[in-house]
Design a protein. Structure first.
Length: 81
């Protein structure tokens, strides 16, 4: 099962891919949205450099941790009709 799922949806008079409740830009055609989602998914799975990251949680607390560059999600693009 994928860790990250991009879903192709109709959006703002065109097509977009959605990750959770976040939409990509709107594309004129479904095929363009699929191509953009495939590209985003492919880039998400690419290994990166290991580096220190900082982030703020929902309670406003800051955290620092080491993000391993080889710890990448498995992705999937759902091409529903």
């Amino acid at each position: 099962m994928a860790d990250v799922t991009y879903e192709i949806v109709e959006h703002d008079g065109g097509w977009a891919y959605r990750l959770g409740d976040v939409y990509s830009e709107t594309f004129p055609t479904r095929d363009q949205a699929v191509q953009a989602a495939d590209d985003a998914a492919r880039r998400q799975e690419m290994p990166r450099e290991t580096e220190a990251i900082q982030y703020q949680d929902a309670d406003g607390r800051w955290h620092e941790e080491l993000a391993r560059g080889n710890d990448v999600p498995q992705t999937e693009v759902v091409r529903s009709t």
